[in-house]
Write a protein that binds this ligand. Structure first.
Ligand code: BES
Ligand code: ZN
Length: 624
């Protein structure tokens, strides 16, 4: 029935041309209880405050099997069933604990494309716990199984999970909505020579005997349950930080991320105590489809950011920032993703400013807000609002630059309007007041009104706030981050293009990765291919070992039909799984018939090495 209400709102909003205020006003006035459109769970009737997992990892069969046990918390007087989300799971049996363990009945509905299969379990009145015995499918969307050949060490396989936004249901039958919070514990059995780590308390000195135990003492949303298994070792860094990974990368990663503890300390100063005990990093295999994932106590990080010069460590600041925005205060459903990612992008940049200085922070803001403005032109109008109604759609679709960068610019706008003296304490208090709770746009706005807007009347209007959150496109007066250093870069570029100077006149020796990225991404669309060759000869860009620079350059190479990049492109694409780096290149290739043929030649042998979610995205781009 809630879907209908949303549908009516959507229709209304569309018919009045998305002026913005309707949803906000109705949500606030009516205090609407929002049911997560991406979960079947009957949270309002029954939920759980603790999960215990007992799973065996089988690399030959590519399955996890065992059980998930829930402590039952009844929310309503009469409850007859416990409904959980599943995807491609085989449910073997379900037991409840009343007077001893006994079987109970269940029905697994036919799977639905976006949501998966609803599992309805009969819940007798005396049930205090229930256990679901199950096994995963080798194609589980939230798992990637790597053969030894696909790892760096080549000797041992590697398994990792990716649960956000709604993939945890493909490896745990669970009430898969961020409106739920629960603690968890786990016993994970692996082949003897492997090591398991989770988004929980990890013991780097645990006996490597294939039997590992974990506890997560804080209540977290289900999408933050995470597991990694492989030939993993540990290297301690300063304070509460350290690195897990295959041995080949431990030293390099520890050097690259040596400032992590400093980041923790500056974030604490700004936003209050770090609540999670340790902040460790798990180095993922190169096929990891993302940059990073903020799994609590153990962020998962792509090796593509180990550049040798700390140029890409904003990713660490980002995942760390989620320890406040996202993991402590969590979006109530995926329509409000901006509350996680926008707030995090803002906090990330504040951390970068403290640790690496204001110029670097400015450059990073300028790069990302420029990228957003380019991306906005490619998005459907409806997807350019911070709050998006994703009912009936895959919530993966919400992960564009909009929640990240438009969200960041919204907070930057507030910071500029109220000044850091007022805005910093506000944000800190927002995190503290809502720690371990979920948040919605309407709740955020109400809190903002009481704790900032009403205190300093006349600074920002409610219309403006609603425009930021509920309207499409960018407000006219949105911040436009710039950098003097970048202005110089573009001036040099223009002078060179105009023939006033030659490349040797540009003082690039001390350019940072950010300056190179700005230079490359701003090359004009209409530019003779000979110019590309000149740049390459002067700066060896095709050979760049920095994955971001290489990405930006290869993309320009394709756009300008500069064929000398092709051998590098053919080596680059199969070796990297991070979608942000490879999707635009495949997409660009697919714009010409010849390019599409080449893309398929590169993709087909590479496909088995990519993550299931990456395969899905790339299959679609290439029509495979
Ligand atoms: N929470 C995201 C990872 C994510 C992205 C999960 C998409 C599910 C779908 C993570 O915190 C993130 O934002 N990663 C970015 C980092 C970047 C913006 C610094 C990434 O992976 O590129
Ligand atoms: Zn994030």
């Amino acid at each position: 029935m809630f879907k209908n209400i949303l549908a009516i709102y959507a229709a209304l909003v569309l018919s009045i041309g998305f002026s913005g205020n309707t949803i906000a006003e109705n949500m606030m006035a009516g205090n609407m209880m929002v049911k997560d459109a991406h979960s079947y769970a009957n949270l309002d009737e029954v939920s759980s405050d603790h999960l215990h997992l007992d799973l065996t990892v089988d690399f030959d069969k590519k399955t996890l099997s065992g059980y998930a046990e829930y402590d039952i918390v009844r929310q309503a007087a009469a409850v007859s069933s416990f409904i959980v989300d599943t995807r491609d799971l085989t449910i073997e049996r379900v037991e409840i604990l009343g007077e001893g363990w006994q079987p109970t009945t269940f029905t697994l509905a036919a799977p639905e494309a976006v949501l998966g299969a609803k599992l309805t379990i009969a819940l007798p009145d005396n049930a205090r716990k229930l256990r679901i015995y199950y096994r995963t499918s080798p194609d589980a969307a939230g798992l990637q199984w790597l053969t030894p050949q696909q790892t760096a060490g080549k000797k041992h396989p590697y398994l990792f999970t990716q649960s956000q936004p709604i993939q945890v249901r493909s490896w745990i039958p669970i009430q898969d909505t961020p409106a739920l919070r629960l603690t968890y514990s786990a016993r994970i059995k692996t082949p003897k020579d492997l090591f398991a780590v989770m988004s929980a308390v990890n013991d780097p000195d645990a006996a490597r005997d294939g039997d590992y135990n974990f506890t997560m003492p804080h209540r977290i949303p289900p999408y933050l349950v995470a597991l990694g298994v492989g030939d993993l070792h540990f290297k301690a860094m300063a304070g509460n930080t350290g690195i897990y990974g295959e041995t080949y990368i431990l030293e390099a990663a520890a050097a690259e991320f040596a400032d992590t503890y400093e980041m923790v300390k500056v974030a604490e100063k700004l936003y209050g105590p770090y609540q999670w005990g340790r902040f460790d990093i798990l180095m993922m295999p190169p096929s990891y489809p993302m940059g990073g994932m903020e799994n609590p106590m153990l962020s998962f990080i792509t090796p593509t950011v180990v550049a040798g010069d700390k140029s890409l460590v904003d990713l660490i600041a980002h995942e760390l920032a989620h320890s406040w925005s996202g993991n402590l205060v969590t979006n109530g459903d995926w329509n409000d993703l901006w509350l996680n990612e926008g707030t995090t992008s803002y906090v990330e940049n504040r951390i970068m400013e403290e640790v690496f200085g204001v110029e670097r922070a400015k450059m990073e803001k300028a790069l990302s807000s420029q990228a957003l403005r380019r991306e906005l032109k490619t998005l459907d109008d409806i997807d350019t609002s911070l709050y998006v109604d994703l009912a009936g759609r895959d919530p993966e679709k919400a992960f564009s630059g909009v929640p990240y960068i438009k969200g960041q610019l919204f907070l930057l706008y507030l910071e500029e309007k109220y000044g850091r003296e007022a805005f910093d304490p506000f944000l800190k208090q927002y995190f503290t007041a809502h720690a371990f709770q979920s948040m919605t746009s309407a709740k955020f706005i109400a809190y903002l009104k009481t704790n900032l807007m009403d205190k300093y009347p006349g600074v920002v209007s409610m219309e403006k706030i609603n425009e930021w959150v509920y309207s499409t496109g960018m407000p006219d007066d949105s911040p436009r981050p710039t950098s003097d250093i970048f202005a110089r870069v573009l001036q040099d570029q223009q002078d060179w293009l105009a023939g006033k100077i030659s490349l040797t006149d540009i003082a690039t020796t001390n350019w940072t990765v950010h300056q190179w990225l700005h230079f490359i991404t701003n090359l004009p669309e209409e530019m003779a291919v000979g110019r590309m060759a000149q740049l390459d000869e002067a700066y060896h860009l095709t050979a760049s070992r920095n994955n971001e620079i290489a990405h930006a350059w290869l993309l320009q190479g394709l756009k300008h039909d500069y064929k000398a990049i092709l051998p590098r492109l053919k080596a680059y694409l199969p070796g990297i799984g991070r979608l942000k780096l490879i999707r635009p290149l495949y997409k660009q290739l697919a714009t010409t018939p010849g390019g599409l043929v080449m893309a398929k030649e590169i993709y087909r042998p590479a496909r088995p090495g990519y993550h299931p979610s990456a395969q899905k995205v790339l299959d679609k781009i290439l029509g495979e």
